[in-house]
Design a protein around this ligand. Structure first.
Ligand code: NDP
Length: 507
């Protein structure tokens, strides 16, 4: 018989008598290594599988928003460059890509997905350096989901007839894709994967602040031996995006960004016969009933609004709490905010990184000031911010009324407006009182209540007892000023196909 010695009992450390929200210890720095990352000093436009300077040769600087240091210079495309890129895509569609059997296109997509997985660390580090998002998010969310989109749509490439029976699905031609800076690689994958699976070729314009993972993806395109011209990537200001989407040889337009630019694009291409998908802003309601598991709801609220610094179109920026649980929930939420770590995006312990640009930070600050001026009460944890870079404290407002700007306008930052309700009907009415309709969340243990709320809320996606969950198989898109069309799933595939049965679109 073996006798084990009982451990000696030790006095509990003084730090165990902690108040809610206090850290038992300070986190040591856990920086992600960057020495394996190669960012070129300059990137040309990616046209026909070659990096080429713009004509005339012109560049602009891309910076790291967490340090304000320059990262690289990228080509500033001209109208002539848009013509070159669309020309290359048009030719590749006509001569190669539209003629390949679906199973051959699928092989390329699988290859891209696997290379992205192999190079995932590189993608995650570059994404965090360029966008300001925490490495744990780029590593665990953006990059795996981007690869998953390529895997998912690779699976559809040879099954278009089964996806849309009796509709003679055909590719459209050249897709013009303009994407934003909040999920640079993921938005690229949402756009390029279904387009290629459906047999189209693409010209993609990333946001001017975040082109680096798109150019890293261009390298993957070459590594995967994709035929030249199937994927083209050009950088330049908004006007270049407009040149691209209005180009006569473009058959499909996919845009993600602000509602203002989405409306301009819709007007510019109206009547042109181009198929259009617009994924625009949002002001989601996250609704917590008094029977919800509060601790889980707190995590969902935090994930809903502080994930990616709140720079998320479907962010749960309006929290509606049933009055009977308002006080305990608010106490827990404030304590939880005190534990969020704000700072270096490349530190693996960071929860909230840098805002993407000085301009976006100014927009967040202006809206927060409007909240104070209009009489709402601000709460921010007492955390230190780095001295350089575009950082903003996680913020919540109480005493918010529905007419306040912070309850109406998309802030696109780590700012939560807390409101209350008494009955489900009141919650529905308040939740739908917005020009947007992209997403919503509901927290309750009653299944019947979930179904009632989901049916009554005018939002493209409604999460129940969770928030900000994404999957390539699931369609995503909005109502009202949040845009139209769906991305993801079979719906996202249909958006890149001529399903009229007469094949008139493919040029
Ligand atoms: P924009 O809509 O201006 O930018 C999104 C993309 O559109 C970028 O690639 C941009 O290029 C391009 N673009 C800009 N102007 C035009 C144009 N006239 N024609 C065609 N393309 C154009 O958004 P912002 O970056 O200015 O952000 C402003 C606000 O928009 C944010 O605060 C947020 O509220 C919302 N937004 C919503 C997003 C969403 O996911 N739904 C994403 C990003 C922003 P460039 O970068 O060169 O200007």
């Amino acid at each position: 018989m073996t006798l084990t010695k009982k451990p000696e009992s030790r006095p509990a450390p003084a730090s165990w008598g902690l108040a809610a929200g206090e850290h038992p210890w300070e986190y040591a720095p856990a920086p992600e290594a960057t020495d394996h990352i190669r960012i070129e000093p300059e990137y040309g436009l990616f046209i026909g599988n070659e990096f080429r300077p713009s004509k005339p040769r012109k560049t602009f600087t891309v910076i790291n928003p967490a340090t304000e240091e320059p990262l690289a210079r990228v080509a500033h495309a001209s109208k002539a460059d848009v013509n070159r890129a669309v020309g290359a895509a048009h030719e590749a569609h006509r001569t190669v890509w539209s003629k390949l059997p679906g199973r051959e296109r699928a092989k390329y997509l699988y290859r891209i997905a696997r290379i992205m997985q192999e190079r995932s660390r590189e993608f995650a580090v570059v994404e965090s350096m360029n966008s300001g998002k925490p490495i744990k998010e780029s590593r665990d969310v953006d990059v795996p989901l981007a690869a998953a989109h390529f895997f998912y749509y690779a699976g559809w490439a040879d099954k278009l007839e089964y996806a849309f029976p009796n509709r003679d699905p055909r590719s459209l031609g050249v897709a013009a894709q303009v994407i934003p800076w909040n999920f640079p690689l993921l938005m690229l994958a949402w756009k390029i994967a279904p387009a290629l699976a459906a047999g189209n070729t693409v010209v993609l314009k990333p946001a001017s602040t975040t082109p680096l993972t798109a150019y890293l993806f261009a390298d993957v395109v070459r590594q995967a031996d994709l035929p030249p011209g199937v994927v083209n990537i050009i950088t330049g200001p908004g006007e270049i995006g407009m040149e691209l989407v209005t180009h006569p040889d473009v058959s499909k337009v996919a845009f993600t960004g602000s509602t203002a630019v989405g409306k301009m694009i819709a007007r510019a291409v109206a009547g042109s016969g181009k198929k259009v998908t617009l994924e625009l802003g949002g002001k989601a309601a996250n609704i917590v009933f008094d029977d919800a598991p509060l601790d889980q709801a707190i995590e969902g609220i935090v994930n809903g609004i502080y994930f990616n610094q709140g720079e998320v179109c479907c962010a749960g920026s309006r929290l509606f709490v049933q009055e009977s649980v308002y006080e305990p929930l608010l106490d827990k939420l404030k304590a939880r905010l005190g534990t969020l770590r704000v700072g270096d995006p490349l530190d693996k312990n960071t929860d909230v990184g840098a805002i993407n640009s000085a301009g976006q930070l100014a927009k967040v600050q202006e809206l927060v000031e409007s909240g104070i001026e209009e009489g709402a009460e601000i709460f921010q944890p007492d955390c230190e911010l780095p001295t350089r870079g575009f950082f903003f404290r996680p913020t919540l407002f109480t005493g918010v009324s529905q007419s306040h700007r912070i309850a109406q306008e998309e802030i696109f930052g780590p700012v939560l407006s807390v409101l209350t309700f008494r009955t489900p009907e009141e919650a529905i009415e308040k939740a739908n009182n917005t020009p947007y309709g992209l997403s919503a969340g509901v927290w309750t243990e009653k299944g019947s209540r979930i179904f009632k709320m989901v049916n009554a809320m005018r939002a493209g996606v409604v999460w129940a007892n969770t928030f900000n969950r994404f999957d390539p198989t699931s369609p995503f898109g909005g109502y009202k000023e949040s845009g139209y069309g769906r991305e993801g799933g079979i719906h996202g595939l249909g958006a890149y196909l001529d399903l009229s049965g007469n094949g008139t679109n493919g040029r």
